[in-house]
Design a protein around this ligand. Sequence first.
Ligand SMILES: N[C@@H](CCC(=O)N[C@@H](CS)C(=O)NCC(=O)O)C(=O)O
Length: 222
Amino acid sequence: MTIKLTYFDVEGRGEWIRLALLLSKTDFEDVRVEFSDWPALKPTFPGGMLPVMQIDNGPILTQSTAILRMVGKTYSDTLYPADCEYAIDEAMGIADDMVHGWEPCEFFAYFYTKMGHPDDFIGRDEAKEVIAKLRTSWINNELPGYAKRITEMLEKNGGWLATKDGPSIADCKLIPLLRTFTRGHCEHVPADTLESYPALIDYIKRFCALDPIKGWYTTGLF
Ligand SMILES: N[C@@H](CCC(=O)N[C@@H](CS)C(=O)NCC(=O)O)C(=O)O
């Protein structure tokens, strides 16, 4: 069996699937598209979006969450077990809310026209101010509520989001987003953003110390 996962050379939605494949010890080809090559490649992918996955040269599978669920169910007994499906789906919904809330702040350059700004807005000083305000405001006003909820879930589930015996696909979905706040790669998002949330720091470290993940990351908390 050959599995080919294609995404950009960033964490984000593709990373959810990479983590699930790593945890399930499933070999895969980790194809990373350069952003400079993307305009030419975009029309060759269904919907013009990534990630996509292909198994044994079969059909191109799209939609990150659908692929994540399929990987969890097909290649692992523990990442998406039937008896925890609701708890995992609920936790994935919370992670999705966070991702959808944060994405326009980090990837403003991709979202700004959808937010009603004119095409040439991104080059203006005003855009820099909006980006700073969006990111800082999300960290100050939205993150605390999510951090509280995640901390409660971790306490309830022995250190994992939804399953007591180890990580699930919900953890695979949340960890890359939480790592965003520890990597210092994004302006106005200091690497110590999670300093006031020790349970989240401990959670990221614990996940990254799992055998199949150890050594995978070289930036941020691990
Ligand atoms: N619902 C899709 C969304 C995929 C998506 O938004 N992909 C982004 C990267 S995270 C993309 O391909 N952007 C490039 C583009 O739209 O040109 C999924 O979850 O797979």
